[in-house]
Design a protein around this ligand. Structure first.
Ligand SMILES: Nc1ncnc2c1ncn2[C@@H]1O[C@H](COP(=O)(O)OP(=O)(O)OP(=O)(O)O)[C@@H](O)[C@H]1O
Ligand SMILES: [Mg+2]
Length: 369
């Protein structure tokens, strides 16, 4: 799969831009603040219908303007598709493929898979469980449309159940039948999502271990443990029996919205006991495993977006990544760097061609190494 062309209008710092990409490695070069990450983000929009960095869609409209437009021409399985994403201030976002709009934008997710590596990836280790759930959910949603639908429905139902619990407390009344209606809808969805997550993790972990070992060649055993309330024996009655606690706290205290993925090294949580280097290797392994499993399950190579990784990685990890580039592990790659000579040098070393695009110039131009 490849993105052959992109056109932007009023997207972040871009007033207007039109670029044709190469099927291999595309290097986006430019000074700090010149729009390198923004260009990757536009590609992220085309694949996943949202920004990777700013969840408020309207803030991605160029300052002082009232709309943005991103258009991409993809080639997938020898078929060309034009993806058009636009947002008019005050209106909802539209995504069209071949000029046909989706009724539900979510249907687009998974059509053009992508994997993004950014300097913020260590947040996956340092931040709370929500960040990790989001990472695995974005992956699972790209694999299976029904997972995305179930997750949406589940989250909506939990939101509604929580506001019901709040109303009970505020108005000092209780309606058992009403809460049971929610329970009977929530429980099967929770079970289905739990099963999908468990199945996914069992496939994901061996690939993760392989890449961790590849990156640092160290002998420590890393692992990833999926933890869920659904692992409790007889979860349904456990969930129902939480009602007094739920009423007291005015929220649903158990369920898959509390799941976590514990990243471990030698049996201990990596956020507390891993060195910085081990943490860095772990997150790269996470992203590479995400890439491999998506490739396997979608039967195509996702776009790989690498934001500023040469800046954040040390030489030995860069070398490993370049080995993967050299062995054609990836398909089309987009990477950003503020230092053109570094990127050029690295690709020259492995004899791989790279197309360079310079941001921040009046005209963004193309140059082959
Ligand atoms: N909605 C917007 N309207 C106009 N400009 C914006 C908007 N959002 C972000 N920008 C501008 O985009 C620029 C940042 O772009 P970006 O993050 O892509 O830079 P970069 O080239 O990746 O820089 P670095 O090398 O520091 O990572 C900033 O100058 C910022 O002001
Ligand atoms: Mg950047």
């Amino acid at each position: 799969m490849q993105l052959k062309k992109i056109q932007l209008a009023n997207f972040k710092n871009y007033e207007a831009l039109s670029l044709s990409f190469s099927a291999g490695i595309n290097g986006i070069i430019g000074e700090n603040g010149s729009g390198k990450t923004n260009l990757l983000d536009a590609i992220h929009y085309l694949c996943l219908t949202k920004s990777a960095f700013n969840s408020v869609d309207s803030q991605n409209i160029r300052h002082e303007q009232n709309f943005f437009m991103i258009q991409g021409n993809f080639e997938k399985e020898e078929k060309e598709s034009e993806v058009h994403c636009s947002l008019q201030e005050g209106k909802s976002k539209t995504i069209k493929v071949e000029k046909k709009a989706y009724t539900k934008i979510g249907e687009h997710i998974g059509q053009f898979p992508c994997v993004l590596m950014t300097p913020y990836d260590t947040d996956l280790i340092r931040e709370g469980s929500e960040t990790r759930r989001k990472f695995f959910d974005v992956t699972l949603c790209q694999i299976e449309q029904s997972y995305l639908n179930n997750l949406h429905r589940y989250n909506k139902l939990i939101e509604q159940r929580n506001s019901l619990l709040k109303q009970f407390a505020e108005r000092n009344f209780f309606d058992k039948t009403l809460i049971e209606t929610y329970n009977t809808q929530i429980l099967p969805l929770a079970k289905s999502i739990f099963e999908k997550r468990s199945e996914f993790i069992s496939q994901f972990v061996p690939i993760l271990e392989k890449y961790y070992f590849f990156i640092c060649g160290e002998r420590e055993k890393i692992s990833l443990v999926y933890t869920s309330d659904l692992q409790t024996a007889n979860f349904e009655s456990f969930f129902i029996n939480q009602l007094p606690k739920d009423l007291l706290l005015q929220r649903t205290t158990k369920g898959i919205h509390k799941d976590d993925y514990v990243f471990e090294i030698s049996g201990y949580p990596i956020n507390k006991f891993g060195s910085q280097g081990q943490q860095k290797s772990y997150v790269i392994a996470l992203k590479l495993a995400q890439f491999e499993l998506l490739s396997l399950l979608k039967n195509l190579k996702p776009l790989l977006l690498l934001d500023d990784i040469f800046d954040k990685l040390d030489d030995s990890r860069i070398k490993k990544l370049m080995e993967l580039m050299h062995s054609n592990t990836f398909g089309q790659v987009f990477l950003t760097d503020a230092r053109p000579e570094r990127t050029q040098g690295l690709f020259k070393e492995i004899g791989q061609e790279i197309s360079l695009f310079y941001t921040g110039n009046e005209k963004t131009f193309l140059q082959k190494v």
